[in-house]
Design a protein around this ligand. Structure first.
Ligand code: OFO
Length: 176
């Protein structure tokens, strides 16, 4: 059986990953409505990744004798001021998710659940990558400022994309 405190923390993380997926979907839809097709594609792909993060947790909890609870999802923001604002909120969001992963690591150590601790390390590296990616993109956007041509190139780059994340269940370690 799973340690109850760890199980609860994993279930909270399931909720966070599900809400993340929805948050990226909201950004994808906003970008698509604003003619930013590259950004929309990037966000749709990332929304799938977040769903994969959620599913991986669901499977893990159930396979370890716990009970994964499928949660209600937080309502994501619907309007964004501009693209820079989108990526600022995205970075803020990811920093919050990193905190919650760190908290999960802490609980595993307190409860001496080394198996879950090991499993959660994948999320630790994932968060590191995601935060770095968000910072890189935000730096680019700040450089571009209000320049329309620059913005066009930025969106096209995201579409083509040196900075596109890998699709959800390829090129990822520990895919189930
Ligand atoms: Fe699940 O990696 Fe971001 O939130």
């Amino acid at each position: 059986m799973m340690n109850k405190r760890v199980e609860e923390a994993l279930n909270e993380q399931i909720q966070k990953e599900a809400s993340s997926s929805q948050f990226y979907l909201a950004m994808a839809s906003w970008a698509e409505n604003n003619g930013l097709n590259g950004t929309a594609m990037f966000m749709y792909t990332h929304s799938d990744e977040e769903r994969f993060h959620m599913l991986k947790l669901v499977k893990f909890v159930n396979e370890r004798g716990g009970r994964a609870l499928i949660p209600a999802i937080e309502l994501p923001p619907r309007d964004f001021k501009n693209l820079e604002n989108v990526f600022e909120l995205l970075l803020e969001h990811e920093i919050g998710v990193t905190e919650s992963i760190n908290n999960l690591v802490d609980i595993c150590l307190q409860e001496k659940d080394y198996t879950t601790h090991n499993f959660v390390q994948w999320y630790v590296s994932e968060q590191l990558e995601e935060e770095a990616l968000a910072r890189t993109i935000l730096d680019k956007l700040r450089l571009i400022g209000g320049d329309k041509g620059g913005m066009y190139m930025f969106d096209r780059d995201l579409e083509n994309s040196a900075i596109q994340p890998a699709p959800a269940n390829t090129a990822k370690p520990n895919a189930f």
